[in-house]
Design a protein around this ligand. Structure first.
Ligand code: MN
Ligand code: MN
Length: 265
């Protein structure tokens, strides 16, 4: 049986430290996926037309109630026979997503793409900031391993957090010397679009030059050597986009993540 893939919008941007706007991300990615300029085949040979199920956006309130609702939705997704790709939203959503999925699906590693380590103990006095999800995830032991790819903004504090939690970083300044990644169990992919250079993806809240190309991100995704049990694609801010190119890029990444999921299912 071919497993289906559920696209679930998580329209929350209240934990974004610099700009609002990512709450409109899920609708923009869904629209780009259906754009007549492209098709729904993956590069790896899967037709997603009969596979992708657009579940629309979660209905979210604010604060802890919103985080709890995201966690409940993630647990339900993890208990489903289908595989979830969550569309953000700011990156704070990954903490409740990981909590819910862990409860439903057991152990997994996280492959995290981002310009930023997102492991601040707190940011602007907000422990649920989009700059802190991986501090919460590591404190609670929600993943067996965290690999953060594309890092280029680390502060001293975040370097201490990396050592404290045993996080693995593939930093941009070392790009020519990255090892080939290998995982020995299920993987969850968390993809912050600002891992891409702003030249490729201007529609994000934090422009951080010196990033990955779209092709380089696709190479890492297509090279995942273990089952992908879930994913999120976060931080699209349509108000910062230029002619929708970042939404189209996000849609492309969603398609190829779906292709990796299907290859192992
Ligand atoms: Mn980021
Ligand atoms: Mn992030």
């Amino acid at each position: 049986m071919t497993r289906r893939i559920d696209l679930i919008g998580v329209p929350l941007d209240e934990n974004s430290s610099y700009l609002r706007g990512a709450a409109a991300g899920p609708a923009a990615i869904a629209e780009a996926l259906r754009c007549d300029s492209a098709n729904l085949w993956t590069e790896t040979g899967f037709d997603l037309e009969p596979v992708l199920r657009e579940q629309g956006d979660l209905s979210l309130s604010k604060g802890e109630a919103a985080m709890a609702a995201i966690e409940v939705a993630a647990q339900a997704a993890g208990e489903s026979v289908n595989l979830p790709i969550f569309l953000g939203g700011d990156h704070s959503v990954t903490y409740p997503l990981a909590r819910g999925l862990r409860r439903a699906a057991g152990d997994f590693a996280i492959l995290h793409f981002d310009a930023h380590p997102d492991c601040y103990e707190d940011f602007d006095d907000n422990r649920f900031s989009h700059a802190s999800p991986f501090a919460r995830i590591m404190e609670e032991g929600l993943c067996t391993r965290l690999v953060s790819v594309g890092i280029r903004t680390a502060t001293g504090h975040q370097r201490e957090q990396r050592a404290r939690f045993g996080i693995e970083w593939l930093e941009m300044r070392d790009r020519g010397r990255w090892p080939r990644l290998s995982f020995d169990g299920p993987v969850y992919v968390s993809l912050d679009l600002d891992v891409l250079d702003p030249a490729f993806a201007p529609g994000v809240s934090h422009h951080e030059p010196g990033g990955m190309s779209t092709r380089e991100v696709l190479d890492v995704i297509q090279g995942i050597d273990a089952p992908v049990i879930g994913a999120d694609v976060v931080e699209l801010n349509p108000s910062r986009d230029r002619d929708g190119v970042t939404a189209m890029t996000a849609a492309k990444l969603v398609r190829e993540i779906a292709g990796v999921m299907l290859a192992a299912s």
